[in-house]
Design a protein around this ligand. Structure first.
Ligand SMILES: *Cc1c(COP(=O)(O)O)cnc(C)c1O
Ligand code: SF4
Length: 328
C-alpha cells in the first residue's frame, strides 16, 4: 500500500459500508449503519488508516471515528447543521475572522478522511470549491488589516491541495509583511503520511515565515511508524507541531486513554495543545461527553502526569474572543 502515491491512496479509499465492514471483519447485522447519513456525508477512509483498526472489534476507537452508526439519524434539537454559526464571521467567503490577530482560511472543502463527529460535516462543498475564486479578496482583506499577524490554513484539509496550489497560497500570504506566522491545520500526517515530503516542506518554509503545524489525532492507536516519519520531516525543518483532539465518547473519554495519547504524542515530539468539547453538530450527539465528565478527566490527568501532557480543555462558543477554557 505504501508504494501508492497519496493521490492513488485517496482515490482508492474505502467509500462504502460493505467494503468497510468487510475490511474490519464485521457483519452488518451485528453493527448496523445509516444509509441516510452516508448519502449526505459519505464514508471516506484510506486503507492505510483503516489498517490501524482492530479486526472484528465493533468498539475499536479508530473505527468509532469513521463508522456511520444508526445513531446519526437521531434528531436531537440542540444538535444543528452549523453549530458555530460560521457564516456570520466571514468577511470574505471562505475566510473566518472570529478572533483577533488571526484569520482562518477554508482552503478547500475536501478531506482525506471523513470523521463522523466533524462540525463541518454539513459544509456546503460546492461553495467551498468555489473558494479559489474568492482568494484574491481574502488576500486583500488580510493585507488591509494590520492587526492580523497569523493566517491559519484549514478546511477541509489544506494538504489535499496540490503542491502547486499550496505553494501559491503560501507564497501569496508570505508576500504580506505584517503576517509573521502561517499555521496549517491538517489530519494528513496521520491519515496519508506519505503526502508530507521534504520537497513540499522545503517549499513551504522557503518564504521565510514561521510555519506551525497543528495535527488532529484522537487516540494513540492512530500513531505508527509512518506517522513518525512524516512528523520527523517537519522537525527536520524546525517546524513546531501541536496536536488537537476532540473529546469523544467511547473513543478517548478516559484519563488513561488521553494520557497514553499524550505520552505517545510527546514521544513523537508533538505538543498536546487542545482537547475540544464536541461541537453540537447534528448526527454526532452519540459522541458527546458531558462537561462534568470532561472536567473530571482533566483533573485526573493533572493529578497524575506532567503538566505538558495535559491539553487545554476548550469549547468553541459563538461570540467569544477565543476558544473558551473549560477549566479555570
Ligand atoms: C480555533 C480557531 C482559531 C485558532 O484559535 P487558536 O486559539 O489561536 O488556536 C482561529 N480562528 C477560528 C475561526 C477558529 O475556529
Ligand atoms: S479531517 Fe478534519 S475537517 Fe475533515 S472530516 Fe475530519 S475533522 Fe472534519
Amino acid at each position: 500500500m505504501q508504494s501508492l502515491s497519496w493521490q492513488q491512496q485517496l482515490a482508492q479509499a474505502i467509500k462504502t459500508p460493505e467494503e468497510l465492514l468487510d475490511y474490519v471483519g464485521l457483519e452488518a447485522d451485528s453493527i448496523g449503519y445509516s444509509n441516510k447519513a452516508i448519502q449526505k456525508f459519505p464514508i471516506r477512509v484510506p486503507h492505510n488508516f483503516a489498517n490501524r483498526i482492530k479486526h472484528n472489534d465493533p468498539n475499536d476507537p479508530i473505527l468509532r471515528q469513521i463508522f456511520p452508526y444508526l445513531a446519526e439519524d437521531d434528531d436531537i434539537p440542540a444538535y444543528v447543521n452549523d453549530p458555530l454559526a460560521e457564516n456570520n464571521f466571514q468577511p470574505v467567503q471562505g475566510l473566518l475572522h472570529k478572533y483577533r490577530s488571526r484569520v482562518l482560511s477554508i482552503t478547500t472543502g475536501a478531506c482525506a478522511i471523513h470523521c463522523r463527529y466533524c462540525f463541518r460535516r454539513h459544509f456546503p462543498y460546492q461553495e467551498a470549491t468555489s473558494y479559489k475564486k474568492h482568494w484574491e479578496h481574502g488576500l486583500d482583506y488580510i493585507k488591509n488589516d494590520h492587526s492580523i499577524d497569523e493566517v491559519i490554513l484549514s478546511g477541509g484539509d489544506p494538504l489535499v491541495l496540490s503542491d502547486n496550489r499550496l505553494d501559491e497560497l503560501i507564497s501569496s500570504i508570505s508576500g504580506i509583511q505584517h503576517i509573521e506566522r502561517i499555521r496549517i491545520h491538517t489530519r494528513i500526517p496521520v491519515v496519508l503520511s506519505n503526502r508530507l515530503t521534504e520537497t513540499l516542506i522545503k517549499k513551504i518554509i522557503s518564504y521565510g515565515k514561521t510555519i506551525i503545524f497543528v495535527t488532529h489525532i484522537n487516540h494513540a492507536n492512530e500513531l505508527n511508524e509512518q506517522v513518525e516519519i512524516s512528523i520527523k520531516i517537519l522537525h527536520k525543518f524546525n517546524i513546531m507541531v501541536l496536536n488537537q483532539s476532540v473529546l469523544l465518547k467511547g473513543i478517548n473519554d478516559s484519563a488513561n486513554t488521553l494520557i497514553s495519547l499524550s505520552k505517545k504524542l510527546v514521544e513523537f515530539n508533538i505538543i498536546p495543545y487542545y482537547l475540544h468539547m464536541l461541537d453540537p453538530v447534528s448526527g454526532a450527539a452519540h459522541y458527546d461527553v458531558s462537561i462534568d465528565k470532561a472536567r473530571q478527566i482533566i483533573a485526573q490527568m493533572q493529578a497524575t502526569v506532567s503538566g505538558y501532557l495535559v491539553p487545554k480543555l476548550v469549547r468553541e462558543e459563538i461570540g467569544m474572543p477565543g476558544k473558551t477554557p473549560m477549566i479555570n
